[in-house]
Design a protein around this ligand. Structure first.
Ligand code: NAP
Ligand code: G4F
Length: 368
């Protein structure tokens, strides 16, 4: 019988970890996930893949800030593929916790690459690094490709830059199969609620049902190239299928502002927004209310003229990335990868899922 390939995923409890483990289980992999200690369960996104008589995913205790746990896991599993998705992944938080972010998102990658060398797995283990469009930061070229110079704008971006070059260096110095996927923003109903897209879809659906008055946001004019996480985890796997390790930009090639994301989310709920005022005084008003575009009962609590978006300076960053737009021609040509989900479908997927959550919450609070 053919031996099943072993994949080790760090960050398995996160958005991408959940989609990737489902994808790899579907491909017949034996999947191992490194999970860090938390005071409350953090495995909600992958619960359906753990436990039972034939679990799809086996969990191991470890932390990217702890070399020994990493060495023990790599020695025990001797994985065919490592997907290093674990990270302090919030850009805003990285300004508040720069040293921790550097340790986990920068040095954490180095610890894994050293573990591969220490156990002589250079010829066996392929390594995928969750690199990011945040490397482009204050962009030097539009759109950004594998050849665009980097200019990170946050402790997170700088930590990921260290990880990026460490991967390149270990590939060149020791012949490791190590590759960076430079992924542009990707979202889904599993996205963490502190990232702007999910904050918007959670907020708009909760405002609709009267569970909160309005949504507080920072920079509305930031532009991002947003794709669907389900499409992007496939690219990670494809990058490790190549004969030679190379780095790839993964992006949709289309860009929208945070403001447009809000407008599209509200429109799905039948609300047309108009913006009034400037700077910190700007507000988003429910200008017109019609039929929701998604299949939900028309029982919204929002009134025409109600302020549903406000600006809160706490959500501004000391230095922000104002625009990102990816050129993924290389991935399309060499990996045969392309995004399947459009911007409108992504927003709808998130709104539908968050409306269900909001409805459940409203029922529990007897608002409905
Ligand atoms: P996410 O949902 O925030 O997940 C991050 C994962 O890292 C979680 O499983 C988290 O565990 C884990 N983690 C955090 N600190 C850790 C530590 N000290 N030791 C071990 N694990 C730790 O992020 P994501 O959106 O899935 O992104 C996956 C990766 O891609 C990240 O490296 C991110 O920086 C990168 N990336 C993301 C995007 C994007 O748009 N989503 C774009 C480019 C690159 P807990 O569940 O315990 O917190
Ligand atoms: O959703 P965000 O927090 O994502 P950001 O900063 O682009 O980072 C995400 O994508 C990166 C890839 O480019 C990943 F590497 C990283 O791990 C993460 O997944 O913010 C997007 C934009 C920013 O310009 C931010 O200033 O939205 C702006 N924004 C406006 N109001 C807000 C808010 N961001 C957040 N999180 N919360 C707000 O209230």
């Amino acid at each position: 019988m053919k031996r099943r390939k072993k994949a080790l995923i760090t960050g398995i409890t996160g958005q991408d970890g959940a989609y990737l483990s489902e994808f790899l289980v579907g491909k017949g992999y034996e999947v191992f996930g490194m999970v860090r200690r938390s005071s409350l369960p953090n495995t909600g996104r992958i619960r359906h893949l753990c436990g039972g008589s034939s679990p799809g995913v086996n969990l191991l205790q470890g932390d990217l800030a702890d070399s020994e746990s990493i060495f023990r896991i790599v020695m025990e599993i001797r994985p065919d593929e490592i997907y290093n998705l674990g990270s302090q992944s919030h850009v805003g938080v990285s300004f508040k916790e720069p040293e921790y972010t550097a340790d986990v998102s920068g040095i954490g990658t180095l610890r894994f690459l050293e573990a591969i060398r220490m156990f002589n797995l250079e010829k066996k283990t392929k390594f995928y690094q969750a690199s990011t469009s945040e490397l482009f930061g204050k962009v030097r070229e539009i759109p950004q490709s594998e050849k665009t110079p980097f200019y990170p704008r946050s402790p997170y971006g700088v930590a990921k830059l260290f990880a990026y070059w460490t991967v390149v260096n270990y590939r060149e110095a020791y012949g490791l199969f190590a590759a960076n996927g430079i992924l542009f923003n990707h979202e889904s109903p599993l996205r963490g609620e502190e990232f702007v897209t999910r904050k918007i879809t959670r907020g708009v659906t909760r405002v609709y049902l009267g569970l909160q008055d309005c949504l507080s946001l920072g920079n509305l004019d930031s532009r991002r190239d947003w794709g669907h996480a389900r499409d992007y985890v496939k690219a990670m796997w494809l990058i490790l299928r190549r004969k030679k390790p190379e780095d790839f930009v993964i992006a949709t090639g289309r860009q929208h502002s945070v403001r447009e994301f809000v407008e599209m989310s509200a429109k799905k709920m039948g609300i047309i927004i108009r913006w009034r005022g400037k700077g910190l005084k700007e507000v988003g008003i429910a200008y017109k209310i019609g039929r929701p575009e998604i299949d939900i009962p028309e029982k919204g609590r929002v009134k025409e003229g109600q302020v549903i978006v406000r600006i809160d300076p706490r959500f501004y960053r000391p230095s922000d990335v104002s625009t990102l737009l990816g050129n993924s021609k290389k991935a399309r040509k060499l990996l045969g990868w392309k995004p399947e989900v459009s911007f409108g479908q992504l927003v709808e997927d998130m709104i539908v899922s968050d409306f269900e959550l909001a409805e459940k919450e409203a029922r529990e609070k007897s608002v409905l």
